[in-house]
Design a binder for this molecule. Structure first.
Ligand code: IMP
Ligand code: MG
Length: 180
């Protein structure tokens, strides 16, 4: 599938993904040693990353999922985010890690953090596969980022364009000139 005409180039290979995700998993396992954190995957983009992260961790964790949808109000940049799927687990007194595919403008994850803020968690931190700081519009503290990437549109390893191309095994830059 890497030969797909919409792939401009491979940005992060499978090997680089595995190495870095193991490093990140070791760091989180160390930081949460003796705890049983609740890893909350933000659907849909994070599911492949979450599956690999959990299997690389040396820690008993609980996994749950949420889904969010952003609605743009008067101005595009202050798009409002609502939960379209909430947690099944009770997160009160839990150490929660929100697991994202990418922090781009930061709007989605900062809204999610606000939604979670009144849920009396023991802690709440953000883990992201990709961080694209050049596009940031709101300040948000990302505790764990696997890769910081340039301002390009990414597909593969869970990330989509128009619900397609999530199954690419590597993280690829999309050839946006192919968009009709
Ligand atoms: P935000 O701009 O930080 O709120 O990011 C919102 C969401 O847009 C992310 O969780 C992704 O699902 C999606 N997104 C942002 N940048 C990209 C990209 O380069 N490729 C695919 N999806 C993206
Ligand atoms: Mg996402």
């Amino acid at each position: 599938m890497q030969n797909n005409h919409q792939v401009k180039k491979v940005l992060i290979t499978e090997e680089q993904l595995a190495t870095r995700i193991k490093e990140l998993a070791d760091q989180i396992s160390k930081d949460y040693a003796g705890k049983n954190p609740l890893l909350v995957g933000v659907l849909k983009g994070s599911w492949i990353f979450l599956a690999d992260l959990v299997r690389a961790m040396d820690l008993d964790v609980e996994v749950d999922f949420i889904a969010a949808s952003s609605y743009c109000g008067g101005t595009q940049s202050t798009g409002h985010v609502i939960l379209t799927k909430d947690l099944t687990a009770n997160c009160q007194d839990r150490h929660v890690l929100l697991v994202e595919d990418i922090v781009d403008t930061g709007i989605t994850i900062s809204h999610l953090k606000k939604i979670f803020a009144n849920r009396k968690m023991a802690s709440c931190e953000i883990v992201t596969l990709l961080d694209k700081p050049a596009r940031r519009e709101v300040d948000v503290e990302v505790k764990y980022a696997a890769f910081t990437i340039p301002n390009e549109f990414i597909i593969g390893y869970g990330l989509d364009f128009d619900e397609k191309l999530r199954g690419l095994r590597e993280i690829c830059v999309m050839d946006t000139s192919t968009i009709k």
